[in-house]
Design a protein around this ligand. Sequence first.
Ligand SMILES: *[C@@H]1O[C@H](CO)[C@@H](O)[C@H](O)[C@H]1NC(C)=O
Ligand SMILES: *[C@@H]1O[C@H](CO)[C@@H](O)[C@H](O)[C@H]1NC(C)=O
Ligand SMILES: *[C@@H]1O[C@H](CO)[C@@H](O)[C@H](O)[C@H]1NC(C)=O
Ligand SMILES: *[C@@H]1O[C@H](CO)[C@@H](O)[C@H](O)[C@H]1NC(C)=O
Length: 355
Amino acid sequence: MQSLITCVLIIAFISPCLCHRWNVGTQNTIYNVIDFGAVGDGKTDDTQAFLKAWQSMCEAQGTSTLLIPPNKVFLVTSMLLKGPCVAPSVQIQLQGVIVAPTKDAWVEGNLNTLIMISNVNGLTIDGSGGLIDGYGSAWWACKSCPRPSVLIINSCNSVSVTNLNMINSPKSHIHVNGCEGATFSHINISAPGDSPNTDGFDISTSKNIMIEDSTIATGDDCIAISGGSSYINVTGIACGPGHGISIGSLGKKFDTVQEVYVRNCSFIRTTNGARIKTFPNQAVEVSDVTYRGIHGTSLDGRAITLDCGESGCYGIVLDQINIVSCLTGKSASCFCNNAHGTATATNPNCTCLLP
Ligand SMILES: *[C@@H]1O[C@H](CO)[C@@H](O)[C@H](O)[C@H]1NC(C)=O
Ligand SMILES: *[C@@H]1O[C@H](CO)[C@@H](O)[C@H](O)[C@H]1NC(C)=O
Ligand SMILES: *[C@@H]1O[C@H](CO)[C@@H](O)[C@H](O)[C@H]1NC(C)=O
Ligand SMILES: *[C@@H]1O[C@H](CO)[C@@H](O)[C@H](O)[C@H]1NC(C)=O
């Protein structure tokens, strides 16, 4: 009898361990940064604890989750979360707050970003209840000084980010580079309208990217799509303040951007709406651009600007547009320079478009 009890007790004691090791693939193992030494008091540098937790998770066989628990503030700096991971998919649950160090405490590293996630496939980030605070205000005074961004997702395939809140990046908030297949939904990015270069999203050299149902208030572009990007869908974005949703600037070196669809977005108190920017005098070809179903008001009355430079732009379609001037007694205007295309049901009517 004595030996039976001992046996039962031993089995009960070791069984949680067995589950972890043997239920690989069916169990989602949690890697809580607290268990790897993170303090979460907002003062202690928790970077090493995050890196250890990430590495353990990334080496795990089955689906696993890096947990940043609620009700704590984690200070991290220049953190590289590197893959590839062993499992085909990994998750990050951000329930607590991540803060950047103050400007003076920023560690000059080779990473000019608070968090870089690189070479990870099948990544899911759920930021419900959490926040990333870039602590940017001290950096904004010097516009020409190098400043870190908050999150770079680099060389990743099949990424899904939901319910992420971010505020006050020193520079851009989320930079997606070299990724194929990424969806961002219910992202809330907020920085003051006069904070310099605080883009919401920068997308470069990426394909099949979807940004949807999000709120972006910044001092620069809500979304900027640059060279080497294609099949980018942006829907249901409330943008403003900010500079609008932009493609470019293009043409500093050879780059192409194609198949970009921006739908059902609002621009409130933005300096621009939907725009394409190119470097002047560099013969960038802009063609097959459709603006349809856009209505609203323009503060200075210049509702539509199609300034195409010497090489001209072709296949511009304006359809069902109604933009009125905020200035009483002054009607909205359209400016064209070497722009070729058609305007239907468009106010201002853009008779300056060339055939
Ligand atoms: C987005 O975040 C800002 C700043 O934290 C907050 O004021 C705002 O209510 C949030 N908006 C949404 C739609 O959650
Ligand atoms: C993006 O929009 C295009 C054009 O409507 C559509 O064909 C494509 O399926 C969309 N992609 C995604 C991922 O929704
Ligand atoms: C447009 O976007 C808003 C969110 O900004 C969403 O509530 C609405 O359902 C969307 N409408 C369509 C037709 O997609
Ligand atoms: C275009 O608008 C201008 C200014 O409102 C007006 O004078 C002109 O007649 C319009 N042209 C056409 C073709 O509707």
